[in-house]
Design a protein around this ligand. Structure first.
Ligand code: PLP
Length: 396
């Protein structure tokens, strides 16, 4: 018999994962080319050639005992130093290798830091819409998730609502920019105001509140949009990064946490994170991928591919009569459902073999998420069906 908590999780499942499976079933029935699966944020741009070459070089040339062995739970020292140097060059920070801890993707990093920080009952604030898995990550350590309702005008965090939600029990705040599911990049002004509120609340309550910046999409931005580096605005910031999207390596499970010297109790957190990595059963981030990252620090996937998709889909959906804001980053469009019950809208889309995810999966009902990390041709072929769908719902 499995635990009560797990029974509940199994029963409620993940809407996104369920849809991904449904897409595979549909493809068997009607042919993959007739299914328009926009459900999962699985990059369809290949990892850069240099990453694949690095893998081969390392396997052929480096000492296999070193490449495949255990290392310190926080990761290889030389890899951590190289990452710190790269961040310092790019963002004008002053991290050292000790400030970087290698993780099993962003998900692994978030679990490690939450395990390290949370006492049972501690509150973690998130801004809707947010990546639904945060709910589980916080529950894993008996934390309490507090959700700031969405500002559907801009999809920037609603800071007035935020002020009211922070309490003496608030231990951490998670932000995610560029954002999944909206593609919105939080502006420098938003970040400055958020930092001011956090400082003020820390003073008022005599507590430390950690700002966790979950940023797997940092490199996926369009035009000249800048994503502020949050450690420069607020000293109790912890950054969680992942190469899942920037290098198209989601299955390889590699990322890192940044815990700056300025963060309160920095050394204690670093020690805790080291232990959490071990006792959560990760032991360490994948060794081969750590070595690959060191060789590919300046690489990134072909962002122009996603940009082309973004333009085509955004213009096509607008023309069809749908309403959404143009994303500045990541590879998602968050579209207003033409009916209040967006789940019914997602069901109706299946008639045309279009798979999209209800906004309630991101604590934002009334909207749907379309992941455009798909082939350009898939969008081209899907647009006439989006038009039919718009007609069915009287969007124009
Ligand atoms: N955070 C956000 C906002 C995401 O969208 C995702 C994955 O889609 C993750 C974390 C998990 O990323 P990873 O695959 O690196 O664990």
């Amino acid at each position: 018999m499995i635990s009560e908590k797990m029974k509940e999780y199994v029963k409620n499942g993940s809407a996104i994962r369920a849809m991904f499976e449904e897409g595979k079933q549909m493809a068997r029935e009607v042919g993959a080319e007739n299914v328009y699966d926009f459900s999962l944020g699985n990059p369809n741009v290949a990892a850069p050639e240099s990453v694949r070459e690095a893998i081969l070089d390392i396997v052929r040339q480096e000492d296999p005992v070193m490449v495949h062995g255990y290392m310190s739970n926080s990761g290889y020292e030389d890899v951590r130093e190289a990452i710190a140097d790269s961040l310092n060059r790019r963002f004008g920070t002053s991290f050292a290798g000790r400030n970087i801890v290698m993780t099993v993707g962003a998900a692994g990093g978030l679990n490690v830091i939450l395990k390290t920080l949370l006492n049972a009952g501690d509150e973690v604030v998130v801004f809707a819409p947010f990546f639904g898995e945060y709910r589980f990550y916080v529950q894993n350590y008996d934390g309490v998730l507090k959700v700031v309702p969405p500002d559907t005008e801009t999809f920037q965090p609603d800071l007035e609502a935020f002020k009211k939600i922070v309490t003496p029990k608030t231990k951490a705040v998670i932000v995610n920019s560029p954002n999944n599911p909206t593609g919105v990049v939080y502006s420098e002004e938003t970040i400055q105001k958020l930092a001011d509120i956090l400082r003020q609340k820390q003073k008022e309550f005599g507590t430390q509140i950690y700002l966790i910046s979950d940023e797997p999409y940092r490199e996926l931005v369009y035009g000249d949009v800048k994503v502020p580096y949050l450690t420069k605005y607020y000293k109790n910031t912890i950054v969680g990064y992942s190469y899942s999207k920037s290098l198209s390596l989601p299955g390889e499970r590699i990322g890192y946490l940044v815990i700056p010297d300025e963060a309160a109790d920095c050394q204690e957190i670093l020690d805790g994170v080291n232990v959490a990595t071990r006792i959560l059963g990760f032991v360490n981030a994948p060794s081969l991928q750590q070595r690959v990252i060191k060789k590919c620090l300046e690489e990134q996937c072909d962002v122009s591919y996603y940009n082309r998709n973004r333009e085509l889909l955004y213009e096509g959906l607008k023309k069809a009569g749908f309403s959404c804001i143009k994303p500045e980053g990541a590879f998602y469009l968050f579209v207003k459902s033409p009916v209040e019950d967006e789940k019914a809208f997602c069901e109706a889309a299946k008639k045309y073999h279009i798979l999209i995810v209800p906004g309630s999966s991101f604590a934002c009902p009334g909207y749907v998420r379309i992941a455009y990390c798909v082939a350009y041709e898939t969008i081209q072929r899907a647009l006439p069906y989006f038009e039919k769908l718009a007609e069915d719902f009287g969007c124009r």
